[in-house]
Design a protein around this ligand. Structure first.
Ligand code: GDD
Ligand code: MG
Length: 330
């Protein structure tokens, strides 16, 4: 089965981490996010992945020059301009040629969803399209879905006003689609799957949805990115990661943190709830709390970082204090 993974966003809220990398190349416990997504697909029978994006395919092509991600062959479809979530599906499937049931995924979601189960449900109901749902406490930031008892979608409302959501079940960003869905999407223009295609399918009575409570995280903000790393580190996901070797002084204190390969932590330094990419250097008695440091960041002796996101190769000088007013969540 083919899976089209939408990776066309600019990762604006994760700047400066995304200044020179697509969001899906950022590391979760040392492994790029896209490998987590594709690796998960591989465990559910996906044999080919199509990356759908609007700019900079080189971020992926350079990282995976042999045409495989996590052991699965991949291709890219590069839109001439952003086509929206449905327009991107139309564009990518026109490029790849699709004549069988296929998957579409929001590439910024990390999940342990049982996709095999979702496909089975889709087939049992002879659905034209099936959406995975996730129950959440505040649905207003998502696509919200209400269904009848057998799972037929009655209503799909993208980002409803607070208090207006028809349920607590939100679109989890994994879809099983029949090729006939492609015909419903006009080609060459921007189309939203959430605002146009799904409401149309709901009206036609051919859209189904299945709710399951599983590990699920949308990773758009620094706070969520940090969370995604800690979830793997603290064993909240099905798959574990081997942490790369780092150089820690025996008197350094590292709590709930991911220290990237070749990074060095000096004597008496304290790292807490933070993610350091590769080749960072943290001086003696410095402290890094609730922060994300990209590759090759230098933190001088006695410096203090709290709630910070520091870009590639930046320097925080000796004794400097950078304390965010609130935790990084935008
Ligand atoms: N190729 C391509 N072209 N990809 C796109 C485009 C485009 O024009 N626009 C968005 N994408 C990709 C993004 O990179 C992301 O992976 C995915 O489509 C969803 O877009 P977001 O911008 O992240 O949307 P969202 O998070 O606000 O909402 C979506 O995800 C929620 C779950 O996380 C919607 O699908 C909601 O309904 C859903 O609940
Ligand atoms: Mg998103």
């Amino acid at each position: 089965m083919l899976a089209v993974v939408l990776v066309g966003g600019f990762g604006t809220r994760l700047r400066p981490l995304t200044a020179d990398l697509p969001k899906q190349m950022l590391p979760i416990c040392g492994v790029p996010m896209i490998e987590w997504v594709v690796g998960h697909l591989a465990t559910h029978g996906v044999q080919e992945v199509g990356l759908s994006l609007g700019y900079r395919p080189d971020g992926f092509l350079n990282a995976y020059p042999d045409g495989q991600i996590a052991g699965i062959p991949y291709r890219v479809a590069v839109e001439p301009e952003p086509r929206g979530t449905a327009g991107a599906v139309r564009f990518a499937t026109d490029e790849f040629g699709v004549d069988d049931t296929f998957l579409v995924l929001n590439g910024d979601v990390l999940t342990d969803l049982d996709i095999t189960d979702l496909i089975e449900f889709h087939r049992e109901h002879q659905a034209e399209a099936t959406i995975a749902l996730q129950p959440v406490p505040d649905p207003s930031r998502f696509g919200v879905v209400s269904t009848s008892l057998d799972g037929q979608v009655k209503e799909f409302v993208e980002k409803p006003e607070v208090g207006r959501a028809p349920s607590n079940n939100v679109n989890a960003g994994t879809y099983v689609l029949e090729p006939s869905v492609i015909e419903r999407i006009p080609s060459g223009i921007e189309v939203s799957i959430e605002r146009e295609t799904f409401p149309e399918l709901a009206r036609a009575g051919t859209l189904y949805a299945l709710s399951s409570s599983t590990y699920w995280l949308d990773t758009g903000t620094p706070k969520q990115f940090l969370e995604a790393n800690l979830d793997v580190l603290l064993g909240r996901r099905l798959r574990r990661a081997e942490l790369p070797p780092a150089h820690l002084d025996p008197s350094a204190e590292v709590v709930d943190s991911v220290i990237g390969i070749d990074s060095r932590i000096g004597a008496g330094a304290r790292i807490q709830r933070s993610v350091l990419f590769r080749d960072c250097q943290v001086g003696a008695k410095a402290s890094v709390i609730n922060s994300v440091l990209a590759d090759s960041v230098y933190v001088g002796e006695g410096a203090r970082l709290e709630g910070c996101v520091i870009g590639h190769r930046q320097r925080v000088e000796k004794g400097e204090h950078l304390i965010a007013v609130k935790r990084p969540d935008e």
